[in-house]
Write a protein that binds this ligand. Sequence first.
Ligand SMILES: NC(=O)c1ccc[n+]([C@@H]2O[C@H](COP(=O)([O-])OP(=O)(O)OC[C@H]3O[C@@H](n4cnc5c(N)ncnc54)[C@H](OP(=O)(O)O)[C@@H]3O)[C@@H](O)[C@H]2O)c1
Length: 266
Amino acid sequence: MAPRWNVVWITGASSGIGRELALKLADKGSLVAVSARSADKLAELASLNPNIRAYPLDVTNAQAASAVAARIEHDLGPISLVILNAGVWDLMSATDFSLGTARKSFEVNYFGVVNALEPVMKSMLARKDGHIAVVSSVAGYRGGGAAYSPTKAALISLSEALYPQLKDNGVKLTLICPGFIDTPMTEGKPVPMPFRVGVVQAADTIIGGLERNKYEIAFPWQMAALMKFMRIAPNWLFLFIAGRTMRRIKAAQALAASGDGARVER
Ligand SMILES: NC(=O)c1ccc[n+]([C@@H]2O[C@H](COP(=O)([O-])OP(=O)(O)OC[C@H]3O[C@@H](n4cnc5c(N)ncnc54)[C@H](OP(=O)(O)O)[C@@H]3O)[C@@H](O)[C@H]2O)c1
């Protein structure tokens, strides 16, 4: 059977969600171009399945992103699905606020998406065909991390702006909003991660949603429901809950730092 997508491009595919998506889509018969900065990890990934091809890229470099998109289309054919997934999660609060961290987060998480999106979207619009997947996060529904959440909120807003125009021109767009997933990104982060799910389950959920042409894939359902409620909650309620959660996290981190983590109160 022919694959659903002939040619897929995934950014941020050297680990975590992107890597798992690459393996699964290649197993289903798609030619999968994988990008990230770590060329060695991409080469190792490509060695696991002949349908996977490595195209190293730093997504913050717009020129390089355009060049890679053109090379993929030249080597493999028109990109039928692009998964704009590369991202970083830097913890930052009001007390350690830094322009550098905020800027880096936007350079990777937002402009990294835009840099790869521009050439692919042009090509898809010219063909009136294709599927764009933007990996945001439930953290973008309402303020959480001072560096991370604004970047993911911007992606949600960008997707809402583009979807209707793309639809009228034959191009699909899917917004992906995961909750906590067990990947190198979450490993060792000193924050509570309710309802965290494994990366295999995450990739299955994402591919299932893409195959059904969903606009939004938000999961796991418990975290999605909680954060969607927060999105519509009045400010006073959201700010009260956010303040309480922040104080609990700080207390847990202080206890963990003092080596008495076992006594953290829930
Ligand atoms: N894990 C979660 O709980 C979770 C929840 C919600 C949303 N997400 C989102 O899901 C996406 C994937 O995250 P993950 O959990 O799979 O994390 P991950 O394992 O840390 O993967 C992040 C990927 O992004 C790549 N990357 C980072 N900076 C890059 C750059 N400048 N240029 C190109 N690639 C870059 C990394 O590769 P290199 O370092 O080799 O470049 C890596 O392949 C991210 O957008 C993340 O925000 C994750």
